[in-house]
Structures are given as structure tokens and as C-alpha cells.
Design a protein around this ligand. Structure first.
Ligand SMILES: Cc1cc2nc3c(=O)[nH]c(=O)nc-3n(C[C@H](O)[C@H](O)[C@H](O)COP(=O)(O)O)c2cc1C
Length: 342
């Protein structure tokens, strides 16, 4: 798989990023059909139990790469401990007009304003019914663009009804910068009824033991973070994921800032997000005082970063941008780096 990627990479990086994404998914689907595709050996030292689930490794694939759960066998074969599919919206929607995805390999940076392109929850749920065994799958849920903020709970509930029965955990995405108003749902007065409404539905569906997590933005002020943590702990959800992409152009290396700004709106991810995401996670961990587990995400580029996040107190870690730039061999490298002494 790593060799295949090494061959394909120069071609993929010369193409428009979304065309490259689609081609990589096409190649990935062909690779899934090979009988030789087998999950690599992973050290038992990587195993951990978090929110009642047994993770074979702390490393997962963050939401947004496999929005429709089309390549689960591939993620399993790459060795990920878990995959977060989505964001899935209840009804299908096309997302923002193209171009909406931009790569800056020299800085390990991605800018995206995909805007929840989603096939809709029923199509994705049907696909999940054929998910491979032995891979933990999270379902990341969002609202449709045209749904007013005041009706957001209805959308999360509609998506939940279809996706929750097919996955191991649910992540509520209230932190994408590309759906107008979505981040307002992080405000405590909006968050309280949202979380309460989701936990009521979970109980009504008899899924009390399935974890619900909340995914947060890196752009929250420290005092807001503390208030959000208290709402999350009091609500009874199972954990937090931090962080999503940032709107802060200040993280971009100066030499690149003009070019990035010229591409327009969107969230930034990858290496330039690293310091900011870590700082936000450390604040969240301090406020949590061990009351809920945290999944680290944002700017994790290799084993050292993942180890750093786990040493800070995160229970699990997720990557996205680094996988695009480094290729599938990164998963094994991170695993080896985690089991070998630093
Ligand atoms: C192209 C792209 C699409 C994304 N789509 C989603 C999404 O649909 N839902 C979500 O919760 N996060 C989404 N994310 C955010 C990632 O899950 C992750 O939080 C962020 O990229 C930071 O991690 P990274 O620096 O390792 O990429 C997306 C990121 C990228 C680059």
C-alpha cells in the first residue's frame, strides 16, 4: 500500500485536490478488493479501553476524509484503531461550490470549505450495515445547511436515528466553520438543550451504552471553553474531541499567508494548527480534571505529536491532514513510534 502511494503521490499532488481525493478513493476501493489486504500486526501495548470501548490502538482517522463510509476495509488494513465517518447530514446535500479544497504541501497545510457534502444519513447507514468486523467506527453527525439554527436538534436527531444503530460511537459536530451558524451551537445556552435532546433520544432507542462525544473548535476563548466543559460534563455525554479546523489565519507561516488568504474562506488544518490545537486541548484537559476522556485531533503530524497529546492526558488521537501529505505508511510509523521508547 505504501509503495502504491509512493507511485501515485506525484500524480495526485499535481491534480486539483478534490480530483486527487476522488482518484485516491477510486484506487483505495480497488485496493480493498485485493484479497492480500490484511490489517498489519499491532503491538498489544497499543490497546486501550476508552468510554467502554476496546480500542486496538489509540490512533484513529478523523472525520471528513471518509464522509460516506465507503473505504472502511482500507482504513482497517492501514491499521487505524478507529475511523470516524462523516460528517453525515440527515438529508443529502452537495456542499459548497468547487473549488473548496486547497493543499499547501510546503507547509503541511490544508484549507477546506467543503460545507458538509453528504449523501445523507439513510445512504450512509445502509453502507454501514456491511461494515467490516474488527474496526471501531464512529459516526460524526451534522445539520443540513438549509435547516435554521433553531431547528438544529431535529437534524441531529434525524441523522442519529439512522446512523447510531450502525456505529460504535457518535460524535456531534458543532465546530465546522463551513456551515453558517453551526459553531453557535457551542454556546452553553444552545449546547445544553442539544445534548439533553440527544441523550433523551439515545435512551428512547435503548442505546444508553453507546458513547456520544462532542467535537469542538480551536477558536473558542478560554473562558468559553471552561463553560462548555462544564455543560458537557453535567450533560452526561461520554467525551470531547478537540479540535476541528481553525479560522485563524494567524497560524499560517507568513510567507504563505497571502496565497492562503487569496483562496478565500475555510478552515485550516495540518501542521500550522498544531500549536493552537494543543494549547486548546491542554486548557480543556485542565478544565475537565479527568471527568471525561478527550480525543486529541488537530495538527498531529507523527508519533512524537501523538505521544505528546497522550502524555498531555488525551485518551485517543486522530489524524487527517498528515495522512494526506505523508501517505498510508504514516499509520505504522506512528504505531512503531508509540511502542518504542522515545
Ligand atoms: C478536507 C477536510 C474535510 C473535513 N471535514 C470534516 C467533517 O466533515 N467533519 C468534521 O468533524 N471534521 C472535518 N474535518 C476536520 C478534521 O476532522 C480535523 O478535525 C482537522 O482537520 C484537524 O486535524 P488535522 O490537522 O490532523 O487535519 C475536515 C478536515 C479536512 C482537511
Amino acid at each position: 500500500m505504501t509503495d502504491l502511494y509512493r507511485l501515485a503521490r506525484p500524480v495526485l499532488f499535481r491534480l486539483d485536490p478534490e480530483t486527487a481525493h476522488n482518484l485516491a478513493f477510486w484506487l483505495g476501493a480497488r485496493a480493498c478488493a485485493w484479497p492480500v489486504l490484511r490489517a498489519p500486526e499491532r503491538s498489544t501495548a497499543l490497546q486501550r479501553r476508552v468510554f467502554g470501548l476496546d480500542f486496538p490502538s489509540p490512533l484513529g482517522l478523523a472525520a471528513g476524509l471518509d464522509k460516506g463510509a465507503t473505504l472502511l476495509p482500507l482504513w482497517k488494513a492501514l491499521g487505524f484503531g478507529h475511523v470516524e465517518i462523516g460528517t453525515v447530514t440527515p438529508r443529502p446535500q452537495p456542499g459548497n461550490p468547487k473549488p473548496r479544497l486547497f493543499r499547501f504541501p510546503e507547509a503541511g497545510l490544508i484549507l477546506n470549505r467543503m460545507g458538509f457534502n453528504s449523501e445523507g444519513a439513510d445512504v450512509v447507514a445502509a453502507r454501514l450495515r456491511h461494515r467490516p468486523a474488527g474496526l471501531l467506527v464512529g459516526g460524526n453527525l451534522g445539520k443540513n445547511k438549509e435547516t435554521p439554527e433553531a431547528r438544529a436538534l431535529d437534524d441531529y436527531r434525524d441523522a442519529y436515528r439512522l446512523i447510531a444503530p450502525e456505529v460504535d460511537y457518535i460524535a456531534l459536530n458543532v465546530s465546522s466553520p463551513n456551515t453558517p451558524g453551526l459553531r453557535n451551537l457551542q454556546a452553553p445556552e444552545a449546547l445544553k438543550p442539544l445534548l439533553a435532546g440527544m441523550l433523551d433520544l439515545r435512551k428512547a432507542m435503548g442505546l444508553e451504552h453507546q458513547p456520544i462525544l462532542l467535537k469542538l473548535a480551536p477558536d473558542l476563548a478560554p473562558e468559553d471553553l471552561e463553560a462548555i466543559v462544564e455543560v458537557a460534563v453535567a450533560s452526561g455525554i461520554s467525551g470531547l474531541i478537540a479540535t476541528n479546523t481553525t479560522l485563524d489565519r494567524g497560524v499560517v507561516p507568513e510567507a504563505l499567508r497571502e496565497r492562503v488568504t487569496a483562496k478565500g474562506a475555510g478552515g485550516l488544518s495540518g501542521i500550522p494548527l498544531k500549536a493552537k490545537a494543543r494549547e486548546v486541548r491542554q486548557r480543556i484537559l485542565a478544565a475537565l480534571r479527568g471527568r471525561l476522556p478527550l480525543v486529541a485531533c488537530g495538527g498531529l503530524g507523527g508519533a512524537e505529536d501523538v505521544r505528546g497529546a497522550l502524555d498531555d492526558g488525551a485518551a485517543l488521537a486522530q489524524i487527517y491532514s498528515a495522512l494526506i501529505f505523508e501517505g498510508p505508511g504514516l499509520v505504522g510509523r506512528i504505531h512503531r513510534g508509540l511502542v518504542e521508547p522515545a
